[in-house]
Design a protein around this ligand. Structure first.
Ligand code: FRU
Length: 490
């Protein structure tokens, strides 16, 4: 693509062009009802997720003038309840020499009653070499955001390429620290730590020493935090090959868990890398600690380098629902924030026993809904749910009791996503006897399925027709008990 076109600024577009882009978006049948989505153009990573001045602030990477990864801005949204989000417009505009080719991802932290936003300035020189700067913008209580004129860090340390980005800042008792995604000169990915007494003067401390020395060629969007006395490093490694059911998407997002990071030696003793999500569309998650001391995570419900059906409608992607992170039996658990219950309307319930059959129930259907479904006393080989189903469309989630695998199948979900990464995703569930719980949040063009109270999550875009609204429950080769509660969401 022509570079000038790719890096076009919003103010280079005419009012007529912007009006026509917005008109195109308003015609799209796949606009979401309760997810954060761009007014036009492309959204990617969540940025600067913070609680400040009595509200949650959530920014995201935004390219307004197309559905490709062009010149990135930060777009600002805010919410009092993590459910209803207000669009506040552009937060950080690229344009200084050090961020002329994009205000890339970063994070937020409150200091001196101001929200400090740290981000990566993406720049290019005349030979089109990338240069990466770590920058800051400061938001006051009135919502005014001011960029600092100079970057805080204007050099990538020796040993790393210019793929050095996405600072995630936190405060320890003694200092501020951030972790940043990096690529070593030998083309392996890692995470690097800096520290500062005041958020302005930063010292490069070195890499987090993990056991994952050869684990992809770049780690994007790292995030370090502690929960219940354990250290957690989230990151999005690029360049892993699929392994059985794992690493099926183009890029991964996951975590390693261990003893708290040693702040002196930067040694991190940790266990295996776990994928955070088992679905098709999940990347670059970011967390924050809220005023209730909850660790809340949001991710981009999309992936780079894949075309989506809304591209031709002038917009692309959305964010996931906010999820509370906790531990259960050494595993990171994700649950939708309970605040979402305010969206519930028109409760319908059903209870039944299925015998090698598929069944629907009066009032249990819909386009935009939440549903909690428990299969219990399972004797069948397979139990499952078809939703957003019509004559030829359906999205299916099923559990095979023989293999203990749960599978999401979007082969016939509707308009296909151009991807050579397959149309089913599976994972093994840790044995839970003879029952399984599936908690679904379905929006016009997405599904987030929380399995066994957040032990696994499948997050996916789907693009069914509006009238594909049926829900069917099935059991194969045997019987199962079934309990369902369903709400419309509005
Ligand atoms: C991850 C990412 C980040 C970068 C941003 C640019 O999706 O590539 O590493 O800062 O997107 O939009």
């Amino acid at each position: 693509m022509d570079r000038e076109w790719k890096y076009r600024r919003l103010d280079q577009a005419s009012p007529e062009e912007i009006a026509s882009l917005k008109a195109q978006v308003s015609q799209s049948e796949w606009r979401q009802r309760y997810h954060i989505q761009p007014i036009m153009g492309l959204l990617n990573d969540p940025n600067g997720f913070s609680y400040y001045n009595g509200e949650y602030h959530l920014f995201y990477q935004w390219f307004p003038l197309g559905t490709f990864h062009g010149l990135k801005y930060w777009y600002h949204t805010s919410s009092k309840d993590l459910v209803h989000w207000q669009n506040n417009g552009i937060a950080i505009e690229p344009g200084h020499p050090h961020d002329a080719y994009g205000a890339y991802s970063g994070s937020g932290i409150v200091k001196d009653d101001k929200l400090h936003l740290m981000y990566t300035g993406n720049s290019r020189d005349e030979e089109w070499n990338r240069h990466s700067y770590q920058c800051m913008a400061v938001m006051d209580r009135g919502g005014t955001i001011t960029k600092l004129d100079k970057p805080l860090i204007d050099q990538v340390p020796d040993g790393y390429t210019e793929h050095f980005r996405d600072p995630k800042v936190w405060r320890d008792e003694d200092k501020y620290r951030f972790v940043i995604g990096a690529q070593r000169v030998d083309q392996t990915g890692t995470a690097v730590v800096y520290e500062s007494p005041n958020l302005l003067n930063w010292t490069h401390r070195g890499e987090i020493h993990t056991r994952l020395d050869h684990f992809g060629y770049m780690w994007e969007c790292p995030d370090y935090f502690e929960l219940d006395g354990q250290g957690v490093l989230l990151f999005s490694p690029q360049g892993l090959s699929p392994q059985d059911d794992q690493f099926q998407n183009i890029y991964q997002s996951g975590y390693i868990l261990g003893r708290p990071l040693d702040r002196e030696s930067l040694k991190f003793e940790h266990g295996a890398f776990h994928e955070l999500d088992r679905g098709f569309d999940f990347y670059a998650p970011q967390t924050t600690l809220d005023e209730k001391d909850r660790r809340i995570m949001v991710a981009w419900m999309g992936l780079p380098e894949i075309e989506y059906p809304t591209d031709s409608h002038g917009w692309a992607h959305c964010l996931t629902l906010p999820r509370v992170l906790t531990f259960r039996e050494g595993k990171l658990i994700q649950q939708p924030v309970p605040e979402l219950e305010v969206l519930r309307e028109n409760a319908v319930e059903a209870a039944d026993t299925l015998h090698s059959e598929a069944k629907s129930y009066a009032g249990i259907h819909g386009e935009v809904f939440e549903m909690i479904c428990e299969f219990h006393d399972i004797e069948a080989d397979v139990v499952g749910i078809e939703f957003r189903a019509g004559e030829s469309e359906r999205t299916v989630i099923w559990y095979d009791t023989l293999t203990q695998k749960i599978t999401l199948d979007r082969t016939s979900s509707g308009e296909t996503i151009v991807s050579n990464h397959g149309s089913t995703r599976s994972c093994v569930l840790e044995a839970k006897g003879d029952s399984i719980k599936i908690h679904l949040f379905v929006d016009v063009s997405s599904a987030e399925l929380f399995i066994n109270d957040g032990e696994e999550v499948f997050t996916s875009r789907i693009f069914p027709k509006k009238d594909s609204r049926n829900i069917r429950f099935f059991a194969k080769n045997g019987s199962t008990g079934l309990k369902v509660a369903k709400w419309d969401l509005c």
